[in-house]
Design a protein around this ligand. Structure first.
Ligand code: NAD
Length: 426
């Protein structure tokens, strides 16, 4: 199947182009954003299938914006480099120029980036996360008609807010048998009162930091989202009964946020409370309970607030319910700065064949439109995608999914699928 290049964009040409048209989104001192009618949005194509799904996403987003606003609003797409293409063209996997452009533009979107296995190769995704302090990874999971492993996927409609900067990902680890592990073990036993039986001589240790500041800013973001989007049932999860100083504290801090003046009369915490219009209810749920509930009664929750590791598990389980990460968008969001991205990886096994499913990135594009306040255009994308499923047309993985359920479906290329979606935008 044919691979198509992006249309109506400013591709990278020796450097990221500064177009004469359009303006950058403005970040206000209070961290809100001001969006011009022609915002300059940088995009990173991504490695592997990135070169295929990015043009597809741009085609659909442009069609939705055009249909919604005529010519009065338009995205000015500018390519910035990262990953393999950056290494090849600029000799650096994450050029300074890219970081500067993303900073100036405030909001951007990216395809998947691979992390080559080997020493000294830094992960671009985590470098970007650090550079912009994207402290919340937001993943809305909803069903649009695609083939799924569960019989009642319409019940799944949940947004997972995963804290993105804390927890065991800090990378502070001491391997069994090393001097460091021995030192930390001795400190814990001799000075901190840890029991020897829990720390035998061959122990390896991973540190799990969790801070009040990082937790509270994340929780505020999730509660604001729930209130702004009419999402009533919000759960904060964790195994606070076991890890009291970290996950237990996370849950307590979440309830403290609920008492802050901004939220006190809008966030109900009484287990018996029924939220009215303009209110949400915050509940505490043990992580393993949440994992079960997502499968057994997925409609119980609208928003799940999670720590980094638990959020990782919960968002993948939720995604699996509606067909896998290929159907789920995601946004990395900090104080105003936001970078939207596909949830799957580079899929080198199918790259260059024109068969990759562009939905994760395309829906991330729609999520980005919502973020900049262009909700009507985002809605048109959701409706059009639903129609493609009703009409049983999609990339080969989608068609194969339908066939497994005994339903005939038409398989088309990545770009043709984007065109099928765009055709159905009304
Ligand atoms: P992967 O998602 O790339 O591939 C897993 C399987 O899913 C493959 O069989 C692939 O063909 C299929 N697949 C993935 N996306 C698809 C799509 N859009 N349409 C159809 N099929 C699709 O996962 P992996 O193999 O574990 O990772 C490959 C690389 O991607 C690694 O270097 C990893 O670090 C990177 N990665 C990057 C991101 C990111 O940038 N956010 C996320 C995950 C993985």
């Amino acid at each position: 199947m044919e691979v198509v290049r992006a249309e109506n964009v400013y591709p990278w040409e020796g450097k990221a182009q500064k177009p004469k048209e359009g303006e950058f989104i403005k970040l206000n001192p209070d961290k809100t954003i001001e969006v011009p009618d022609k915002p300059i949005i940088p995009y990173i194509e991504g490695d592997g299938i990135g070169a295929e799904i990015t043009p597809a996403m741009i085609h659909v987003v442009n069609a939705a914006v055009e249909k919604t606003y005529g010519g009065s609003k338009r995205i000015i797409w500018v390519e910035v480099l990262a990953g393999d293409k950056a290494e090849e063209k600029a000799g650096d996997r994450l050029p300074q120029e890219t970081l500067e452009f993303l900073k100036e533009a405030v909001v951007g979107i990216k395809g998947p980036l691979g992390t080559p296995v080997g020493k000294g190769v830094r992960s671009i995704n985590s470098a970007l996360r650090r550079a912009f302090d994207f402290y919340s990874a937001v993943r809305p999971v909803y069903w649009m008609g695609q083939p799924t492993p569960i019989p009642d996927p319409q019940r799944v409609d949940v947004v997972v807010f995963r804290e993105n900067t804390d927890d065991v990902y800090a990378g502070v680890e001491f391997f069994s048998g090393t001097d460091e592990a021995k030192k930390v073990r001795e400190f814990l036993i001799k000075e901190m009162g840890a029991k020897e039986e829990g720390f035998p001589e061959d122990v390896g240790i991973t540190v799990k930091p969790m801070s009040e500041f990082k937790t509270k800013r994340h929780v505020r973001k999730a509660l604001r989202y729930a209130l702004e989007n009419g999402r009533k049932n919000v759960a904060v999860i964790g195994k606070g009964n076991i890890m009291k100083a970290t996950e237990g504290a996370f849950i307590n801090w979440a309830f403290e946020v609920a008492q802050e003046p901004e939220f006190a009369d809008k966030v109900l915490t009484d287990p018996e409370a029924q939220p009215n219009e303009g209110q949400v209810k915050l509940s505490k749920v043990i992580t393993d309970q949440m994992l079960m509930q997502l499968v057994l009664k997925p409609d119980a929750w609208d928003v799940v607030i999670a720590q980094n590791l638990n959020g990782d598990y919960v968002s993948d389980l939720a995604a699996a319910l509606i067909g896998g990460p290929g159907f789920v968008p995601s946004g990395n969001i900090g104080d105003g700065y936001a970078l939207f991205e596909s949830t799957h990886g580079t899929a080198w096994d199918i790259a260059g064949k024109g068969i990759a499913n562009p939905l994760s990135l395309t829906l991330s594009g729609a999520m980005m439109l919502e973020y900049i306040g262009w909700r009507e255009a985002a809605q048109k994308i959701y409706e059009a995608v639903k129609k493609t499923f009703e009409d049983k047309v999609g990339t080969p993985d989608i068609a194969a999914g339908f066939k497994k359920l005994g339903i005939e479906a038409k398989a088309v290329s990545t770009y043709e699928y984007a065109q099928e979606i765009a055709k159905r935008i009304q």
